[in-house]
Design a protein around this ligand. Structure first.
Ligand code: FRU
Length: 601
């Protein structure tokens, strides 16, 4: 019998690499260290890595291990496993068109041990005052809760690459909704699957039996199928213990993103679950958060029905200026948004603890309402237990159409700014969400750099400089009085030819945002677009509040009637704002420009 030796490549110090065949390689760790640094090439397929500890599979995860060149490294923390036999059993993908020997891949000579991993920012497009992961991919915000002065934000995270994979709950906290501190991953994949979106609540009545004020998380375990799982934390959300009885809810069809809250009217917990492909939200109730009863389903045939329904939330919101509150059901949908791809629709109505009934319009139809009119607002849900009865929401600031292609590499995706929401009654008798930037954000303002009381504008543009420090990050406020003008165009521009045009049209009661020439736009056919928001008022006056943060622009209507969130990738920071009026003269009033404080990271 002939015995062939496995091929052994020269691994780095403390690493021994054995090739077992065309697609299988064992990587043995023979020294102690904090991390194994895994070399990534973004354009190749994932390799499957089984981490074996003393011969048993501890974890399975996927990394785009470099074939031709190393784009960047990701750290895999092995500090907890020192003293054990650590082997990564790696199966590399073989494209049919490129049968090749895995042993030739670039990763084997560059995989190495390290006690450090440098997370210093290397990205010019990383926002300064929006939450981003230090490295790796992020999508939906998850399980947000407020407790003891701390805002907790979990998020869909891939710690092993800047594209979607290995869904894990990353964790950050803030005491001011501006500065975020990054923490260890909170919930990691296990044998039931990866950890998809979900919610947290504080169990102040100890209904689940994990102790008074335990933090309970519900999330989707995504394996071959999607099931709902529970975990609890007794250290204020730093670490979670996975419930041994998981999964706690199973269905025959795809359902995910459990969102729960304590219903004080019924003394029970309610949970919404996105019945993704069926375009409906399932509503459950429970006394103990472990056993859930399906009460009803909402949404079949209502609202925007394209794509999948995801990430629900159900909130009781006060109506501005009235002694009234209404229930609002948030439904994220992808694709099928008004401008293509991902978006957030909502329904206003009544909820009796079992069933949600949406209000109708004057013709008896359930209207489709959108929470944000930009292209980059998705998976928005609210914080549980926010102080003073506030309802604070945050979204993922991207769009599934191109999120994995945007021109960053160290990290991908940021969150929107936090927003406080309530309801207002529109002139059409309908209730709409009123969105304002969370009040904490005014603390971002440095010394005002422009203050213009009133300036007449006509065809010839009037120009003001934007701040230059810190890549021009700023907040801009002003009021347009269009008077008899047909349109007023507000333009952000730089001196390399990039620009964003925003157009207020009082006759159509619309506000448009055109990013077709905003900078780098060619990474996706779906990126260069014009989006349009209804101002929901019949007026030639439009007040605006605009936040610019390197690669994002959030435009808030001054009274909260609309908001639009859009990514931009200007080749140089926008350095000027110009105003021009078409078809008549207009005025710009109370123009205030605030650079953002340089204390912001
Ligand atoms: C929404 C979503 C969720 C899912 C998660 C997976 O963006 O598709 O439905 O839980 O992302 O990362």
């Amino acid at each position: 019998m002939t015995v062939f030796a496995a091929t052994q490549a020269a691994g780095a110090d403390g690493i021994v690499v054995n090739h077992l065949g065309t697609t299988n390689t064992l990587v043995r760790v023979t020294d102690t260290a904090k991390y194994v640094l895994l070399p990534v090439e973004e354009s190749v397929e994932d390799a499957k890595l089984d981490l074996l500890l003393d011969g048993n599979v501890e974890r399975t995860f996927y990394v785009r291990l470099a074939r031709n060149k190393v784009d960047y490294y990701v750290p895999f923390d092995i500090s907890g496993y020192n003293g054990k036999n650590i082997i990564f059993n790696v199966v590399t993908a073989q494209g049919r068109a490129s049968v090749r020997e895995a042993k030739d891949d670039a990763c084997w000579s560059s995989i190495r041990l390290s006690d450090t991993f440098d997370t210093t920012n290397t990205e010019k497009y990383r926002p300064a005052y929006h939450h981003t992961p230090l490295y790796g991919w992020m999508n939906d915000p998850n399980g947000m809760f407020y407790k003891d002065g701390v805002w907790h934000l979990y998020y869909q995270y891939n710690p092993y690459g800047s594209k979607w994979q290995n869904m894990t709950w990353g964790h950050s906290t803030s005491t001011d909704l501006i500065n975020w501190e990054h923490h260890a991953n909170a919930i990691e994949p296990n044998s039931l699957g990866s950890v998809f979106s979900g919610s947290c609540a504080i169990d102040s009545l100890n209904t689940a039996g994990f102790g008074k004020d335990a933090v309970i998380a519900l999330y989707t375990s995504a394996g071959i199928n999607q099931m709902q799982s529970l975990a609890h934390s007794v250290d204020n959300g730093a670490t979670f213990t996975i419930y041994p009885g998981n999964p706690i809810v199973t269905l025959e069809s795809e359902a995910r993103d459990p969102n729960m809250f304590y219903n004080t009217a019924t003394g029970k917990w309610n949970m919404l679950l996105a019945h993704a492909l069926d375009h409906e939200m399932l509503i459950f109730s429970s006394a103990d958060m472990k056993e859930w009863t399906l009460e009803s389903a909402f949404g079949k045939g209502l609202g925007a029905q394209d794509g999948v329904w995801e990430c629900p939330d159900l909130l009781y919101l006060p109506v501005e200026g009235a002694d009234e509150s209404k229930w609002v059901l948030i439904c994220n949908i992808n694709p099928g948004g008004p401008f293509g791809g991902s978006s957030t629709q909502y329904f206003v109505g009544e909820f009796d603890g079992k069933k949600f009934t949406a209000d109708t319009d004057s013709e008896g139809n359930v209207p489709t309402k959108w929470m944000d009119y930009g292209k980059d607002h998705y998976a928005t849900v609210s914080w549980s237990n926010a102080p003073e009865g506030r309802k604070v929401v945050i979204g993922w600031m991207s769009n599934w159409q191109y999120a994995a292609e945007v021109p960053t590499r160290q990290f991908r995706s940021a969150n929107t700014l936090p927003r406080d929401i309530m309801l207002f009654k529109g002139d059409d008798g309908q209730y709409y969400i009123k969105t304002t930037p969370s009040p904490e954000l005014t603390a971002l303002r440095a010394q005002r750099s422009s203050n213009v009381r009133s300036k007449g504008v006509s065809k010839k543009p009037v120009k003001y400089a934007l701040p230059t420090a810190n890549d021009g990050i700023c907040e801009i406020l002003f009021t347009i009085n269009a008077k008899k003008a047909d349109k007023v165009v507000v333009t952000l521009s730089n001196n390399v030819g990039d620009k964003v045009d925003m157009t207020f049209n009082p006759a159509t009661s619309t506000f448009d945002f055109d990013r077709r020439n905003s900078g780098i736009t060619d990474f996706s056919y779906d990126f260069p677009t014009v989006v349009s928001a209804p101002t929901l008022r019949d007026s030639n006056i439009q007040t605006l509040r605009i936040y610019i943060d390197r690669s994002s622009i959030e435009v808030f209507d001054g009274e909260g009637n609309f908001v639009m969130t859009n990514l931009v990738f200007p080749k140089a920071p926008y350095s000027a704002i110009t105003f021009a009026a078409e078809g008549g003269k207009a005025t710009i009033n109370n123009l205030e420009i605030y650079p953002i404080k340089n204390t912001v990271k």
